[in-house]
Design a protein around this ligand. Structure first.
Ligand code: GAR
Length: 188
């Protein structure tokens, strides 16, 4: 069974969905660590509820990204983490972490990349007036949501769609697509 780490910055609903599928026996993986860059993130509570170790850090307390990423790597290696799952980690991964885990970091993004990369992809799609958006799972590289695409699923935007209804629809897809894709990726 692969040891994985999940990185999150906020609510952690994707993190929770992965925990649920592991606990249901659908996904074979052990979450050895939650890495979080915001001390008030709800994801931390979720980790504690499920007995998952956390490494919470304040990026501003470090002189550079290289410095905090080296500390993250130490925490990952201590626990023999083999694979990293970004789930709402709102920070660009730097070369320090990328070279330590080359080809072993994946991310989920709430749009059909390459459309609407970066922050607030759902708001960007609504503003652009597109009729179809969706969810992308991709490998992480140095760019902003530019890595090789692994899986995508479309979500239709209806006439009367609001940010709330679209967010719910996208999250439903995310919570299913992420663990299904991880089943494949972690079996390699
Ligand atoms: C998710 O929709 C995820 O796709 C998005 O943040 C949300 C986190 O929600 N990620 C990005 O926008 C990355 N560019 P969660 O904390 O409830 O899982």
């Amino acid at each position: 069974m692969k040891k994985i780490a999940v990185f999150a910055s906020g609510s952690g609903s994707n993190f929770q969905a992965i925990i649920n599928e592991i606990e249901r026996g659908e996904l074979s993986a052990h979450i050895a660590l939650l890495v979080c860059d915001r001390s008030e993130a709800k994801a931390i509570e979720r980790a504690k509820t499920h007995g998952i170790d956390t490494f919470v850090f304040n990026p501003k307390a470090y002189a550079s990204k290289e410095e905090f990423e080296q500390e993250i790597i130490d925490e990952l290696q201590k626990r023999d983490v083999e694979f990293i799952v970004l789930a709402g980690y709102m920070r660009l991964v730097g070369t320090t972490l990328l070279s330590a885990y080359e080809g072993k970091i994946v991310n989920i993004h709430p749009s059909l990349l390459p459309s609407f990369p970066g922050k607030d992809a759902i708001g960007q799609a609504l503003l652009a007036g597109v009729k179809v958006t969706g969810v992308t799972i991709h490998y992480v590289d140095q760019g902003m949501d530019t890595g090789q695409i692994i899986a995508q699923e479309a979500v239709t935007i209806e006439e009367n769609e609001t940010r709330e209804t679209l967010t719910t629809k996208i999250q439903q897809v995310e919570h299913r697509l992420y663990y299904k894709t991880l089943i494949e990726l972690l079996s390699i």
